[in-house]
Write a protein that binds this ligand. Structure first.
Ligand SMILES: [Zn+2]
Length: 424
């Protein structure tokens, strides 16, 4: 048993914001009572949460764990350890491993490895098409039975409207979301950052915002045609967000996520340092402004990291040649506190929602602090000063533009299934 005493409990599901004791008994929440009221839990381990926020376990619905196939960059063990350090109790891993997670045997491999070595819960996402090659639909039903929570061809978009229609039709019948990496590959061809004054100044090839929003438009139309649940991954452009907002207003099942790097940085921050290279690229100032509005007004459903580790040997090269992607787990909460909460942009409860009930709802799951629910809890500080040193990261990779940044507030303890997975 684990007794979390006297924390400020924030639970978006029940709109609770009050001092509480929470008693965890094994895998489940056993009791919730007023602060200092649970005194009978003899023999329970005690965690003093005075001055800290106690929230439902954070979910990151977009990560790359690189196993199987690219274990020099990350493994399920190291990635999930970094996730625990970042306050996440559950993470979804994208299927672009080697081989691609496009069949039930790979899904089972990931689920088994996660059970054996995972520091947090790992929920795999299956490839939408065989090999994510955009030709034939993969065996989604078998992967669903093996444990996937969604499908995606992430790393690239679903290749055509026709294939998107087939996949959405099928996923509608299975009631799982189709997660789209929205990119018109013809508009994005050859580009390494966002097109604009910054790309011109640096002499780097840029892609316009429309490289994303053209694909979002296509998929929103196909979602309307099929009635499927479409989820737009790492949405970065104002024009994409406007379409998600329009789709929601029209009653379509369209949701989206935004990454911490897109609500923190813009194209003007890009240097020749490849740690500023990701896809979608850092966007314009007005896009960031729109994302902040979407995070505040409910258009954005979740904050997701797109944690994308790459070992130094392949990432520490010229900007043009480096692969896309940066680390995300360990800085996500601190960036959200800094950019969204301390700045006064959104209430703390809304930020917690974006890390908990928001992604849970997209995935068709519950997430709340209530008796009988899984004992997954994220405890964090609003004011503890700390500095992110990427050399101390639990990830195998070091590709973060936030190395050396100092923050106010961040994760303190991550509890998964009643056990402390990480304590700072
Ligand atoms: Zn992607």
């Amino acid at each position: 048993m684990l007794l979390i005493r006297k924390g400020r409990v924030l639970d978006p599901a029940s709109k609770t914001d009050a001092p509480r004791d929470i008693l965890l008994d094994g895998e489940r929440i056993a009791e919730i009572a007023g602060a200092g009221k649970i005194t009978h839990a003899n023999g329970a381990q005690t965690f003093d949460a005075t001055g800290l926020i106690v929230a439902p376990g954070f979910i990151d619905m977009h990560a790359h764990l690189r196993e199987p196939g690219q274990e020099n960059s990350e493994t399920i063990e190291t990635g999930s350890h970094a996730a625990a350090r970042g306050g996440f109790t559950a993470i979804c891993c994208m299927p672009n491993t080697k081989p691609v997670n496009d069949n039930a045997s790979i899904t089972r491999f990931i689920v088994d490895r996660a059970k054996a070595f995972g520091h947090v819960r790992v929920w795999p996402i299956g490839a939408a098409s065989v090999g994510s090659n955009g030709e034939a639909i993969s065996d989604i039903a078998a992967m669903r039975d093996a444990g996937i929570v969604a499908v995606s061809d992430d790393g690239k978009p679903i290749a055509s409207a026709k294939l998107a229609r087939q996949i959405m039709d099928y996923c509608r019948s299975l009631d799982i979301p189709v997660i789209e990496h929205a990119e018109d590959v013809s508009l994005a061809a050859g580009a390494v950052m966002r097109e604009g004054i910054a790309s011109t100044r640096l002499g780097l090839a840029g892609m316009p915002a429309a490289a994303e929003s053209v694909c979002v438009a296509r998929d929103v139309q196909v979602a309307e045609l099929t009635g499927a649940h479409l989820h737009i991954a790492h949405l970065s452009a104002k024009s994409s967000l406007a379409q998600v907002r329009f789709a929601k207003q029209n009653g379509l099942r369209v949701t989206c996520e935004v990454t911490p790097h897109h609500f923190t940085l813009i194209d003007e921050d890009v240097t020749y340092d490849s740690r500023y290279k990701m896809n979608p690229p850092l966007a314009a100032r007005e896009d960031r402004e729109a994302l902040l509005e979407g995070l505040a007004d409910g258009t954005v459903d979740a904050i997701a990291t797109d944690h994308a580790p790459h070992e130094p040997a392949i990432k520490d090269v010229e900007f043009d040649k480096a692969p896309f992607g940066i680390l995300g787990f360990e800085t996500a909460l601190a960036l959200a506190l800094e950019q969204l909460v301390h700045s006064g942009r959104i209430p703390l409860m809304r930020m917690v929602e974006l890390f908990t009930t928001g992604p849970a709802r997209v995935l068709g799951k519950d997430r709340k602090l209530a008796v009988g629910e899984p004992a997954d809890v994220t405890i964090f500080s609003l004011d503890r000063a700390w500095t992110y040193n990427v050399k101390d990261s639990a990830s195998k990779s070091r590709n973060s533009p936030f190395d050396g940044c100092s923050f106010k507030g961040g994760p303190v303890a991550t509890i998964v299934g009643g056990k402390i997975a990480c304590k700072h």
